[in-house]
Write a new protein. Structure first.
Length: 338
């Protein structure tokens, strides 16, 4: 059966909500360590275990590491990025590595923030020193949102010191899987696997998130080094023209099927349910087709961590996946009779 994962956060902090989510079919939860730590989230993960026990489930705890992921800085309140405005690289909450990289580039380089919701393009103006960013697509920028600079490689270690400390504590908090973001090479995965082994976590699964073109191009060497591939469509969709993403998703799914490796599909599966109780028909079809493509698991992120209807999200995710499985079983039975 396809596994169903939600992401824990403020919207599902109450044990009653978590219990309902497990009763609706959730198999486990993701904790995003870009926003918190195992220690700071100890009460929340304990509530998950208690809720699962009440619902008669055995929960999995997936931790999503920081890794080489680039994110904006912390702001006291959301910053309005208005279309048409011009910013200096120091006028936005960007890491130094990103600001420096943009200064080295000429005009026309795209900068995508918050899974591409906000788009800026570099400009150089006569008579002004430095590189500036023109807002093409604006919006509200909150703290710790993703950054993508398509076509430009910014060096960053596979694991941060903080990641290593979290892995050392993973066993104490009942972690069952580690999600490594922005995997670029087999060396990235080997580094995480070594850290898990040294922490006595040999039974903890390693999931490789494919979020950039390096990961796509080196997929063949990554598949044997992990327990599951994650098709993480948020940043992956920022690394290419968005209309190219479905073909890449199909390519990764086919490679995993051929190799007999499990894969997960994630990002915006039920995004409209962040604010609406009922999903769009397109979202339901997306989940259904992911299961038909052979996904071993599907996961939602902000829909349960920060959305208004976390239990409803899980219900639609679970029931759509089960319906797809029923269809596949029916097709297999028909094939057997033929």
């Amino acid at each position: 059966m396809v596994k169903i994962y939600g992401t824990i956060g403020p919207a599902c902090r109450d044990r009653e909500v978590l219990t309902e989510m497990f009763r609706e079919g959730m198999d486990g939860v993701r904790l995003n360590l870009s926003h918190t730590s195992l220690e700071d989230a100890a009460a929340l993960t304990a509530a998950c275990r208690a809720a699962a026990e009440e619902a008669g489930a055995e929960p999995e705890l997936l931790i999503d590491m920081q890794g080489p992921e680039l994110r904006t800085g912390v702001t006291n309140e959301p910053v309005l990025i208005s279309e048409g405005e011009l910013y200096s690289t120091s006028g936005l909450p960007l890491p130094d590595s990103v600001a420096k990289g943009l200064e080295e580039l000429g005009s026309g380089q795209e900068l995508l923030l918050d899974d591409g919701k906000i788009l800026l393009v570099t400009e150089r103006e006569a008579g002004r020193t430095g590189t500036f960013l023109r807002v093409v697509r604006g919006g509200l920028l909150e703290s710790r949102k993703s950054i993508a600079v398509p076509g430009y490689h910014i060096d960053a270690p596979a694991m941060t010191d903080r990641d290593r400390e979290q892995i050392k504590r993973a066993k104490d908090f009942g972690v069952t899987a580690v999600m490594q973001p922005f995997v670029r090479s087999r060396e990235d995965l080997d580094e995480v696997r070594t850290a898990l082994d040294e922490a006595g976590c040999r039974d903890v699964r390693l999931l490789a998130k494919i979020e950039n073109l390096d990961g796509v191009e080196r997929l063949e060497e990554l598949i044997p080094r992990c327990d599951e591939i994650v098709i993480a469509r948020g940043d992956l969709g920022s690394a290419m023209d968005l209309w190219e993403l479905p073909a890449v998703q199909k390519k990764i799914a086919a490679a995993c099927r051929e190799a007999g490796r499990d894969f997960m599909v994630v990002t915006q599966m039920l995004d409209s349910m962040t604010h609406r109780r009922v999903p769009t028909r397109a979202e339901v079809s997306d989940i259904f087709n992911a299961v038909l493509d052979g996904a071993a698991s599907v996961m939602v992120t902000g829909e349960t961590a920060a959305g208004k209807y976390p239990a409803d999200v899980i219900r639609y995710l679970y029931r759509t996946a089960r319906e797809a499985e029923r269809m596949m079983q029916g097709q297999r039975k028909t094939g057997e009779h033929n």
